[in-house]
Design a protein around this ligand. Sequence first.
Ligand code: XBP
Ligand code: MG
Length: 254
Amino acid sequence: MTQLQALIFDVDGTLADTERDGHRIAFNKAFAEAGLDWDWNVARYGELLKVTGGKERIRQYLSEDHPAILEQAGIDDRIRELHAAKTRHYVALLETGAIPLRPGVRRLLDEAEAEGLRLAIATTTTPENVTALLEATLGKEGPSRFEVIAAGDVVPAKKPAPDIFSHALDAMDLPAKACLALEDSDNGVRSARGAGLKVVVTTNDYTRDQDFAGAMAVLDGLGEVDSPACVLAGPALPGAVLDIATLRDWFARA
Ligand code: XBP
Ligand code: MG
């Protein structure tokens, strides 16, 4: 049987709750700065999250709310410019330290390293966003703790396509059967499963009611000693938190 050798983390919603108070705010700032009256409230943004990728999400919004604008000449450049402004606002927001890691993330990363597991990232978001989040939360050395950061447009087809996880596996030169993905969304589970990976889900407010078919386990978080994790589907947790010993056990049995 193949031993667990690496953890591959999603970023948005998994490492940190970045969507509602991060990406959404940055999109709205970019729209306002461009003189647009587009405003994505919390509920509308939740609907738009079905499409991964910021540029793709703007395009989806236009197709639903302003279809005539999508037909205008130069719209692709316009979307690219708006998205570049959004990334600028998002990185600036992260640099203020406004968005912490989710509970248990730092603990699990430390433990994984101590146990000799390799770490990688597979995300739809823009690479600068990942660097900014990891530096703001884990310090200057944060990004280098992950041997591969697969992000954004490095693959043309974003989640739920499997490409970004396959890309991370190729870069690590590891087979899917030796790795475990950590995700927060249905699109992420489909992407990881498509690449042949086992997946553990930690849900958040936007993803709680999604269908995580194929996931090895679904929890409301990784848990900390003073705020235990709750298993929503899958094997029972032996203690208050999801730790590497439990992950190894679930991985071997799945
Ligand atoms: C993350 C996303 C991203 C971010 C925005 O999905 O969908 O689009 O919301 O990032 P996942 P950019 O967690 O499944 O990878 O604006 O940089 O594209
Ligand atoms: Mg996610």
